[in-house]
Design a protein around this ligand. Sequence first.
Ligand SMILES: *Cc1c(COP(=O)(O)O)cnc(C)c1O
Length: 386
Amino acid sequence: MDSYNLLTPGPVPMPKEIYEALSEPMVHHRTPQFEKSLSFCYQQLKKYFCTENDVFIHTSTGSGAMESAVVNLLSKSDEVLVVVSGKFGERWRDLCNVYGVHKVHCFEVEWGESLDIAKLESYLRSHPQISIVFTQYCETSTGALHPVKELAQMLNDRGDILLVVDAITALGAIELEMDKWGIDVVCAGSQKAFMMPTGLSFISLSSRAWKKNSSADLPRYYFDLRQERQALKKGQTFFSSAVSHVKALAAYFKFLEANGGLEGSIRRCKQLSAATLAALPHLHLKSFAMHPSPSLTAIELPVSIDGQKLRRDIENNDHVVFMGGQGPLTGKIIRMGHLGHIENKNFLQGIETLGQHLLECQHPISRQDIHNAIEVCKSHLTEVVK
Ligand SMILES: *Cc1c(COP(=O)(O)O)cnc(C)c1O
């Protein structure tokens, strides 16, 4: 169905069930027929987030949920810390600054590395006014996974600092138990593990976060979760619902149920990640991230290769789509996504095409190496994707 083999960390390939849901006739959002789909989604989202708290749906890209987290939690006088380990960490920083938050500490982590909890803990000890920590679970610009469970544990042991997690490429790709781990805010987006088009974002707040919300004084209108909370009680969204997207979301949850559930989704990402990491040495390549996320692999390219040209050539000649690097990583990495409805043959085509283009760039590998990379991938791919 797809003319391009989409192997990016969002948007991702979609199963036919989602296309079908998107092409259903339009219905009004205040009808029992639609509200049934919406209620089903609200209920499924709670299971997906592993929380007893409400999960809200915004009609926005993932960054909307991030903005929602900031405006619904913070006051101008707050002192916050943002973990900056790549492009998306910078987004937390920029959001807090745009809204004029009094003090925004940037806890810089080398791009490609993961958060060192002990270092962060000692930083927090010497800055006792910090009341909230913002982080990514997976920093999609570098492919690095942060130890969010351990971070939540450390903050909960301290007892007074809230944790906000951008889990946009992590949820559905790796375990995340919002309530059990004690995370206060989780953000997600539809074009990642949800296998949907871009356009919905999701956010959930713990009871501690709601308490913080009651004193938050940043301006907010579209993303006011107090309004959404009232609407949700009636089984609605506050503004017009994105009807087709919500139906697609319902279709995703049904698809998921028939295909191994949340565990199945996590298992599949881990499998594609493990296959990719096992193939890289055969192609004389390595992961850019020290602790790679199962949702994507950022592949470090040798300096002799122009990553932008490589990516473009692969897309134009073979219709395989990878993402390049952003900011300082432009031309230096290519990123291969493992989220969404990726069929084995498309994944293998991605690895093979990458190998062939590297060969053409005089990268020191042979046809046999490419063959070996593919064979090692095949040995990881046990799952049949319908
Ligand atoms: C995709 C992504 C986002 C959201 O980006 P949008 O373009 O706003 O959907 C935010 N954080 C991370 C880590 C992401 O991967």
